[in-house]
Design a protein around this ligand. Sequence first.
Ligand code: DAH
Length: 336
Amino acid sequence: MSQSPLTDLDSLKQEALEALAAAATPAALEQARTTFLGVHGRFTALLKALGTLPQEERPAAGRVLNTVKAELEAALAARREALALEAARPKHPTDFSLPGRRRYLGHLHPLTQVTEDIVRSFRKLGFAVADGPEVEDEYHCFDALNTPADHPARDTQDTFYLDTPARLLLRTHTSSVQIRVMRAQPPPVRIIVPGRVYRRDNADATHNPTFHQVEGLYVDRGVTVGDLKGTVEFVFKELMGPETKIRFRPHYFSYTEPSFEIDFGSPLTRKMGREWLEIAGCGMVHPQVFENVGYDPEVWTGWAFGFGIERIAMIRYGIPDIRLFYQNDVRFLRQF
Ligand code: DAH
């Protein structure tokens, strides 16, 4: 009479679990599997011995053996996965301070390069980059900026309106983000907003239905036009060269009072046959705008400006036609 297959089950199971857990490589694991669960394995032998039991003992013994078999198979699968994970782990810890690989193909679009230069300049002065949605509503794009309902800029001939019940539109300027930022945070504020804007201009050499702007907004106690002028001069000298001069001319914007247009002159403008070129709009934030966003105009003062990125790039590189930026002709792009 042969021994019951269950006699040594516990110690065999223990031994098998330990062997599986100790396997340090896929080969060692396969070895352990063969030893216990292979066709001639030690656990498989117990399964085969079931047949030698008296008929009435077989079902109970079979159930016990099956449970253990499932346990061993689960342990095998778990170990296999652990080894696979270990194999996939990098051999050395990642050093995030190492320089990245060099881009071996292509380079940044000229508009991206100019935008990055602008952002870098303002960062030196402590400005943070903010952004907002290109699909806007009339409140952020016009109403909160004190732009009356009958202002020509709001005309459907100038602004792309979406065919939605809420009368959404494609923002015509990045000034909408001034409102979003001020409503979202208490003063002081020091931000710039590079971003895409849309106008219903027909494309010609200097106009395109979409282009890019940079908005700036500075709000604090006791902010003056002098701060504005100094900031603009610093940034334009960085962008356009140290011989750059700027001047302010009185102008009108509904969201600033007083408002100015900024002209700049440099060897670059002289090359274009012009002493001065108009480059940006700006002014002191209108008290009504502060009221609209919940800032107390008796306490807070600020200035804002906005200018076109394409225009800067065109002057800087002597590009005669704005449409060249969007055609992605490599003969053009390769030059930057
Ligand atoms: N939003 C104006 C434009 O698109 C530019 C501008 C002018 C922005 C004056 C300002 C500002 O923030 O104060 O032409």
